[in-house]
Design a protein around this ligand. Sequence first.
Ligand SMILES: *[C@@H]1O[C@H](CO)[C@@H](O)[C@H](O)[C@H]1NC(C)=O
Ligand SMILES: *[C@@H]1O[C@H](CO)[C@@H](O)[C@H](O)[C@H]1NC(C)=O
Ligand SMILES: *[C@@H]1O[C@H](CO)[C@@H](O)[C@H](O)[C@H]1NC(C)=O
Ligand SMILES: *[C@@H]1O[C@H](CO)[C@@H](O)[C@H](O)[C@H]1NC(C)=O
Ligand SMILES: *[C@@H]1O[C@H](CO)[C@@H](O)[C@H](O)[C@H]1NC(C)=O
Length: 866
Amino acid sequence: MKKGWRKEILQILGILTCAYFLIMCLMAMQLHVQHRNIDFFYEDQDHEHIHFSHTSGYCYKGPSIAQIARQNANFSTEQSIESRILGSCTMPVSSADVEMDALWRTLDVSYPLALSVGGWLDVVQVYSWVTKPLTVIIVPHSHQDPGWLFTYEYYFETYSNRIINLMVEQLTKNPAWRFVWSEVCWLEKWWEKASQSQKDSFTRLVRNGQLEIVSGGWVMPDEAVVHYSAMLNQLIDGHQWLMTHVGITPNISWSIDPFGHSPTTAYFNKRSGAKAMVIQRIHFGIKRHLAKINTMEFQWRQIWDSGSKTDIMTHILPFASYAITHSCGPNSHVCCQFDFYQKKCYYGKKSIRSEEINERNVKAKAWLLWEQFQKKSELFRENVLLVPHGDDFRYSDPREWEKQLGNLEKLMAYINSDKEMNTKVRFGTLSEYFTELEKAQTRPFPTFTGDFFPYSDRSDQYWTGFYTSRPHLKYLARRIQSLLRSVEILYAAAVAKANKMSEQLYSLLKLLPDLNVGRQELALFQHHDAITGTSRKTVTENYRERLQHTFSKLKPVYEKVTQIYLEQSLSVTKNHTVTMISDWMSMPLKELRKKLVHISQKRKLVIFNPLGHSRRVVLALMVDKPNVKVTNSSTTLTIPHQISPVWEKAGFIEDLYELSFEVNLPALSLSEVTVEKGEATQNTRLVFYTQPDTFFMNITLPGINIYQENSPYFSVSNGYLTAYFYTCNGRLQYVHYKSTGHLWRSEVKVVTYTSGKTWSTMFKDKGGAYTFVPDGPAETLSEPVDALFLIDGPLFSRVVTVQPTITQTVTIYKTHSNMAKGVHIENKVNMQKLDNTELMMRVESDIGESRAEMCVDLNGFQVKKY
Ligand SMILES: *[C@@H]1O[C@H](CO)[C@@H](O)[C@H](O)[C@H]1NC(C)=O
Ligand SMILES: *[C@@H]1O[C@H](CO)[C@@H](O)[C@H](O)[C@H]1NC(C)=O
Ligand SMILES: *[C@@H]1O[C@H](CO)[C@@H](O)[C@H](O)[C@H]1NC(C)=O
Ligand SMILES: *[C@@H]1O[C@H](CO)[C@@H](O)[C@H](O)[C@H]1NC(C)=O
Ligand SMILES: *[C@@H]1O[C@H](CO)[C@@H](O)[C@H](O)[C@H]1NC(C)=O
């Protein structure tokens, strides 16, 4: 028994959860496959029946677990797989000129073997070109990260506020100048500070077309790890702010920095009224290929669209980045000379100063720039060219405006007047570019289906590290998102029900500012350096504090709104208070566990299902007594429950139990159950397979029967399946499905990759927050098993394997819902122990073997084959 657990040194834990539904979701097979299983009886080296344990040497000698499982299972040797059972990823119904899924199979991903100063090479080259008449639109822009190397607030005070002030001032002074602005989070902050005349000028510039708000989301969200509802939330908040304050809705999307691009974004852009979109970061091999086949502009189509309703015009910036150096044409050494406010422009080792444009050099410089325009336009189908001109936090100094746009004006004047060049060049917004393009269009653009993940900008630098960077923060953001959804639904319902001028309506309206804080903070966190985990540590800390603050704002709103809603439906009187059973996990971890519910008095539990479909779920609460009774408030019938002991670090916690029971929740409903003191029940078994040295078997846990077993393997079952585990490592090995007789190898392994640790990789780029660049193949995590036990009760069987770095929990539900059809795995990881290490859970399975296809989701919005 471990008392005084609060005094334990608080550890930084990250929770990686994985609901692993063996057949249902992870893998699916194509059609009816007959699989003659000869190898099945002979286990190969890898899953040899003698298992070696790192702590105790050989842990088991005997018949293989497969043999044992086979005997128990009485299955046929023919494993036939029916597509009905396995399902399939969404069938693509669309067809397109370029289909990314097919393209991957043949794509050349070799990176040129050469060294360049910055490590980047221009993989998109133009080797030959023909002179053509051109219309060139130069689009000045400034990229603003709401948090990256510095915090959002710091950037605003130091840069963004000044940039917007200057933008308004300079564009007003120079009617030919243009600018595009993207994130609304800055505009909202600026609006609070700005004078009325500044606001009026801002609105006038937007109205007269000099300033275009592009995308107009709250931020420029990441597109890989964001959930679609948060993606939409930030777009709606941005667009609503613009409609309210400026009276416009953007119609061009500009997403130039996120690390890969999702068709979900394309779909939302389309549905929000966008005419076209600009993207930048896609795999260099894809860029090279699309350049080769002249498809840098295309109609992006959803894979499930059998027609062309979802098509949206998409333009890819063709070179390495959105910076000026990579914008005017393929030669970065030339383009950087036209960044008139920089100090780093090199040709080889020779530094090139950017020169002011004057009468003496204008002709030579204009021809130089013109040639880049000509070469760049070789990559596009029409003689209209988009040339962005900006970079991160640029235009924060009045001198930069004058230098950049002033010098470009001189060059443009020369080019426009030189008949030989046959080129019309001007400043423009993205709308102006796409309008020119539409005018010039001679034939339809090709169509494209698929996504742009993973992103790689050079050689083996795959930007997949950020999928899992700072998992704790990613988890917190999802929690805020789900809380916000619940709050919003109940809020809307309660407001709709409230009488006009009533006290209720008044108290609801008072909650609105806090609800908006929740929306805006969640929106901010979708920024492509926030949810991705690619900001500096101090900035990350700032985001975490903001999320926590958001939670503390939303929680009382949730409680109050629920209370009002319940009062409205008359099931609760005014003198009840509603308290949310929060399980916010702050860092450092003061409150790791779910809030404790004291059973000494009768408790009414209100459960909200914010989803649009009904659910049968097993809920869990922390209670202080093992003898409880749970009742369905509407029927007054008893709901069966299970009491489980709670393990923490090295022992079970006294006077703390997990109470679990199954509820049936209709779509968008509030249900009530009562929890109170009840008869003592003895329905849970606790079986120890391995126990820590410090642990004594003479403990007593009221309500729980304790056993000890020493078998080399063990299994747990429900009505659908039996799962087999090895005792030596506590890991799942096989799953037998009763209805079909299938016995699948389902070996769970915890493995690690390291980066920059071996001699040969010491001087190479290491993996980090952005990229996944391991030293070599993964290694099995070699750690002793401190404790291995099974909690077996009427609702579920749970196998818990405790190791220093990871506590793995595998649960099999005994209910009759879909929850029971899979094996649920949850990992709790102590990340403090992992330095330069990537931790993975791997499932090795023979399910379908090579014919299996893996389905993954895109932003929780669509499923695709991977
Ligand atoms: C094994 O399966 C066969 C065929 O389905 C059945 O006839 C037999 O009774 C089963 N044996 C046991 C022990 O369940
Ligand atoms: C976007 O909307 C603005 C204002 O209605 C309009 O002037 C512009 O032409 C539109 N852009 C495109 C590409 O249609
Ligand atoms: C609620 O208030 C009413 C009247 O104020 C009182 O009669 C009732 O006992 C109270 N209920 C509870 C649960 O406190
Ligand atoms: C309570 O019982 C009713 C009637 O069977 C059922 O519809 C409802 O879903 C149950 N409530 C919960 C929370 O399970
Ligand atoms: C039983 O537990 C107590 C501590 O609770 C310990 O001191 C004692 O040694 C244990 N007895 C045995 C036989 O393990």
